[in-house]
Write a protein that binds this ligand. Structure first.
Ligand SMILES: Nc1nc2c(c(=O)[nH]1)N=C([C@H](O)[C@H](O)COP(=O)(O)OP(=O)(O)OP(=O)(O)O)CN2
Length: 184
């Protein structure tokens, strides 16, 4: 009978635990695109000067992240930018972003003005992205752009696991808001 060697005496050491299913990769790739738009907004729920209809030169930066590349890219810049720019220019640029409860949201379109409504119970197709966002604060605009960008990305060829992970929107040189992905 064998009395020495592996397996004899003390119990075998437990096998190392497999990586947790939720483990994040050690590194990821991220690309970002920017676009600007000239758009008015009004925040009647905030006291002060933002109750006035006023305009800003807005910038939006959208970051797309993926754990690995496909054909060397996360997503091809040109096609992603084309979709993002087209949506922003059509829906927001040289228009006004207003809460649907704002009387101007009814008045301005009656006078031929371009209006994008936040919190609309009867949204146009593009306004559905902002249906649960009551007023066009910078924070809400960042969340809107994140939803629009995710919708555009879903229709494009891109790397496996590619997703919109962050959006930064600025209304002035000193006022910015970031939307960031948390749970995955
Ligand atoms: N958390 C938020 N606060 C404010 C928002 C917002 O979207 N989210 N928006 C505004 C107004 O839109 C306003 O245009 C900006 O206000 P404010 O920074 O106070 O105004 P100025 O740009 O004139 O300020 P400076 O002093 O010139 O920096 C308000 N708050």
């Amino acid at each position: 009978m064998e009395t020495t060697g592996p397996g004899a005496g003390a119990a075998a050491a437990p096998a190392p635990a497999p990586p947790a299913a939720t483990a994040r990769p050690a590194a990821e790739h991220a690309v970002a695109v920017r676009h600007n738009f000239e758009t008015a907004h009004r925040l009647p729920h905030l006291a002060g000067k933002c109750e006035n209809l006023h305009g800003h030169s807005w910038w939006a930066e959208v970051t797309v992240t993926a754990p690995r590349l496909a054909e060397g890219t996360v997503v091809e810049f040109g096609s992603f930018k084309a979709g993002l720019r087209s949506w922003i220019d059509t829906q927001l640029d040289h228009g006004a972003m207003l809460g649907s409860a704002d009387p101007l949201a009814k008045l301005l379109p009656d006078h031929g003005c371009k209006v994008f409504r936040f919190g609309a119970a009867d949204p146009r197709p593009a306004e559905r992205f902002a249906r649960d966002l009551a007023y066009p604060t910078v924070e809400a605009v960042a969340e809107l752009v994140a939803r629009v960008a995710a919708d555009l990305l879903a229709a494009l060829p891109c790397a496996p696991g590619a997703r919109v992970s962050a959006v930064c929107v600025s209304e002035t040189h000193v006022n910015t808001a970031q939307w960031r992905e948390t749970a995955r």
